[in-house]
Design a protein around this ligand. Structure first.
Ligand SMILES: *Cc1c(COP(=O)(O)O)cnc(C)c1O
Length: 499
């Protein structure tokens, strides 16, 4: 049975809603506001429900299957976080309510600030930034404010290794600095010679992703930090990859001055599909006065052991200002609070240990089949090359599209840019060994297909409602309305599935 489109189900006069009786005087609409003809489908309630439920099951999500999208930490988000975020006292709290009537929420934010700072070894934290990239922006504005506060106006450059996340140079430019790219050496680490040459008194700081987007822990980190500090720059750590390091390494303790976290990665708040995110920033003593604010603080100490302190909003003394309406993405803050509270210190350490173990297990199973550009112990993710000399014409994109035929979400493609045909794989700690083994099986099958029947890969995916789109055309002629799905009738496997 070919699946009809909602428009094809339309039958004149059929109606899915019962409008209530008119309870106001009837008046004519002004001339020209009513269309004679509006081309909407006329369908019954059950047809509408089935249409949308069917569409919803076509969506891929972490609740449906393995999602090894490198750099994104698509771990499973425990449902208890959702329960907490929906508690009426939290979900219904108005952001303009008086501080004394929001003591619970303020206490929660105060503790989360403290826990995040402690996890990474910093002195203070602001929950304002709405995403990792905004956390980066906040950190850079603080670095600038710090130098200007000391009357040092020549520091206009930020150093960035070429293995950095793409948002890093963008944030640097937005904050008004010049981004200076540093090459990587043959092992994928920062080229120390190039760093030495770049360090001078125009350097405001360095922004480095740890582990890097190659999934590698920078082996020269102590030397890198020392060189940048020696020339008067500050060290920014992109902490979106904290999933590899919790309970193992505290960036603030080894000399970093500022970092951001991605609550929507490491701390299991749901993401994808555009948000919302949360990218708190943490800093050492040097930058504490510059934090974006207001932040949650204790405004009156507890009067006795059984009493709670009074919490309120505090503006850091030399704050770079407010970055977000109200108090950050509060729903994400509740979810991260719940996640950290439930795991505790030992639990978070186990999270990172399993994330790294899972990634290294996958790497060990795939390195004989795929080229690994920097083959060494990896962090929570790793990068392989999606091409073979003896399978010309097969690209990383073909492998990703073919993975969809096997019901799996593809890894990140063509990033980082310094690896040809990059496939960046991040299994996360929440996947059982059975899932990892199944993924390895599929990856090996696809490698075999690439050599024996490359056309199978070029024409993939075969089982999705929409086949391979022309990405250039799709971007130029974006169709956001309900249009007939191309080649639907030719997509035989899906049809059987839905029939
Ligand atoms: C995801 C990510 C970012 C950006 O975070 P957003 O919340 O998407 O803005 C920055 N750096 C790294 C290393 C990341 O993985």
């Amino acid at each position: 049975m070919t699946e009809p489109l909602i428009y094809e189900l339309s039958s004149p006069g059929r109606c899915g809603v019962l409008l209530p009786e008119l309870d106001v005087p009837e008046t004519a609409l002004p001339e020209g506001l009513l269309r004679d003809d509006l081309d909407l489908p006329e369908v019954s309630e059950v047809q509408v429900i089935r249409h949308f439920v069917k569409l919803s099951t076509l969506n891929y999500s972490i609740d449906k299957g393995f999602y090894p999208l490198g750099s994104c930490t698509m771990k499973y988000n425990p449902k208890v976080n959702e329960d907490a975020a929906r508690l009426p006292g939290l979900a219904g709290l108005h952001p303009l309510v008086d501080e004394q009537d929001a003591q619970g929420a303020l206490a929660m934010m105060y503790h989360l600030q403290g826990w995040l700072a402690e996890i990474a070894g910093f002195a203070g934290c602001s929950l304002q930034p709405a995403a990792g990239a905004q956390g980066e922006f906040a950190g850079l504005l603080m670095i600038r404010a710090y130098h200007l506060d000391r009357g040092d106006t020549k520091r206009t450059r930020i150093l960035i290794p070429n293995s950095a996340h793409g948002t890093n140079p963008a944030s640097v430019t937005m904050a008004g600095f010049e981004a200076v790219e540093l090459p990587s050496d043959e092992n994928g680490d920062v080229d120390l010679e190039a760093l030495r040459v770049a360090c001078d008194d125009t350097v405001a700081g360095m922004m480095i992703t740890v582990p890097s987007t190659l999934g590698l822990f920078e082996v020269h980190l102590p030397e890198v930090i020392e060189l940048v500090h020696a020339c008067g720059g500050l060290m920014y750590m992109d902490g979106a990859n904290m999933n590899a390091m919790m309970g193992v390494l505290k960036p603030g303790e080894i000399g970093f001055d500022v970092q951001h976290y991605n609550l929507h990665k490491t701390f299991s708040t749901p993401h994808g599909g555009g948000g919302p995110g949360s990218g708190p920033v943490a800093v050492n003593e040097k930058l504490l006065p510059f934090l974006p604010g207001p932040i949650a603080g204790v405004v009156e100490e507890a009067s006795g052991d059984d009493e709670a302190p009074l919490y309120g909003w505090v503006m850091p003394e030399k704050s770079i200002g407010r970055l977000k309406a109200f108090h950050g993405n509060f729903g994400m803050i509740i979810r991260a609070f719940t996640y950290i509270r439930i795991h505790g210190g030992t639990g978070l350490k186990a999270v990172s240990q399993y994330a790294v173990l899972n990634a290294n297990y996958l790497l060990s199973q795939l390195r004989d089949t795929y080229t690994v550009p920097h083959d060494r112990f990896c962090g929570h993710e790793f990068v392989i090359e999606g091409h073979w000399k003896d399978a010309p014409g097969v690209h990383a994109l073909d492998i990703s599209k073919r993975l969809m035929d096997y019901g799996l979400h593809p890894p990140t493609n063509y990033f980082p840019l310094i690896v040809p045909e990059a496939l960046m794989i991040e299994p996360t700690e929440t996947e059982p060994k059975e899932t990892l083994d199944a993924f390895v099986e599929v990856m090996k099958t696809i490698a075999r297909e690439a050599h024996e029947d490359p056309e199978l890969l070029h024409s993939a995916p075969h089982v999705t409602p929409v086949g391979r789109v022309d990405e250039v055309l799709a971007a130029k002629q974006l169709a956001l309305c309900c249009v007939p799905i191309p080649d639907w009738s030719a997509r035989t496997e899906l049809k059987t599935d839905l029939a």
